[in-house]
Design a protein. Structure first.
Length: 308
């Protein structure tokens, strides 16, 4: 009983931390910081934190060319591209909506898996995907579903991030991680992400100088990066200790906590269509959960992960 309570406590804490990264993303862009600058610093902070975790676990970082290529793929598809899309959308969308859209990752993973031919068709998961599209429709179609003045195009830009995570998770499931554990992969990807995003941020004029001033956005970037590193490590620990079927329940908690924190700390309020979309999305999520043997790891969104 004590062990089970510990597992539940870790699951709740990790879900609460991961859910908190969506409101923090909203704060990070609230005063003009742009996506590439945020992604660079989240990669940097994440690399330091994950590097310390790897060191504490006695696990080094492989520099084999094959592994460096894999880190690069994860950095681009799991971090930089979705990070750019999600932070761009965060300027315009409420944090609660971002949290709901993040729950589409497992739903989008299903058609990607079919296209890659390493999943078989299943009516149950198709029903979950259909519910996911219904949930998105409830956010997009009614005029009163989003706050006035917000273009629905930002919904689809945010969904590009979920699609990137879905592709990433399926590739990892198909080709494996070359014998590296998920924390090592995310550490390596963070280092590559730093190297790639720094020149992009500087060239685009989006680099953030932390010495020029310090405010809520800076604190949000640091907090989000550290919360992600802790939550991700806890998720990996849960998979090994309790199995993927138990650990993947964190998907529900990330969405629910994301909406809750947005209401409590950002003062967001939502229309009835939003709540209907949340219920439909969670129902769809329950139908597309992975099989017991499938544990897809998605180190994404500039330091915001979502298990698929």
């Amino acid at each position: 009983m004590t062990d089970r309570l510990l597992l539940i406590a870790v699951l709740l804490l990790a879900g609460a931390a991961w859910g908190g990264t969506q409101p923090l993303a909203k704060i990070a862009v609230s005063e003009g910081y742009r996506p590439l600058g945020i992604v660079f610093w989240q990669m940097t902070i994440g690399a330091v934190a994950l590097g310390l975790i790897c060191r504490a676990r006695g696990k080094g970082l492989s520099l084999h060319p094959r592994d460096i290529a894999f880190y690069t793929f994860i950095a681009l598809i799991g971090t930089i591209l979705p990070g750019f899309a999600s932070y761009s959308a965060a300027v315009h969308l409420p944090a609660g909506v971002l949290s709901i859209l993040l729950s589409t990752v497992p739903m989008l993973a299903f058609p990607v898996a079919l296209a890659m031919r390493h999943e078989t068709f299943g009516w149950r998961r198709l029903a979950g995907l259909t519910l996911g599209f219904c949930g998105i429709s409830l956010l997009v179609l009614p005029d009163t579903s989003l706050p006035a003045g917000i273009a629905t195009a930002w919904i689809f830009i945010a969904l590009l991030a979920s699609l990137c995570y879905a592709v990433e998770g399926n590739v990892v499931a198909k080709v494996g991680t070359n014998g590296l554990d998920p924390v090592q992969v995310l550490y390596g990807a963070s280092l590559v992400g730093m190297a790639v995003s720094l020149p992009l941020a500087v060239t685009a004029g989006q680099f953030i100088n932390p010495l020029s001033s310090w405010g809520a956005p800076n604190s949000a970037i640091v907090a989000s990066s550290l919360m992600h590193a802790g939550a991700y490590t806890a998720y990996v620990w849960l998979v090994g200790r309790a199995g993927p079927v138990f650990a993947v329940q964190i998907s529900y908690l990330v969405t629910l906590f994301g909406v809750t924190w947005a209401m409590l700390f950002l003062g967001e309020s939502y229309s009835p269509y939003f709540w209907a979309a949340l219920v439909v999305m969670l129902a769809g999520l329950s139908l597309v959960q992975p099989r017991p043997k499938a544990t897809l790891v998605s180190p994404g969104q500039g330091g915001h992960s979502e298990p698929t």
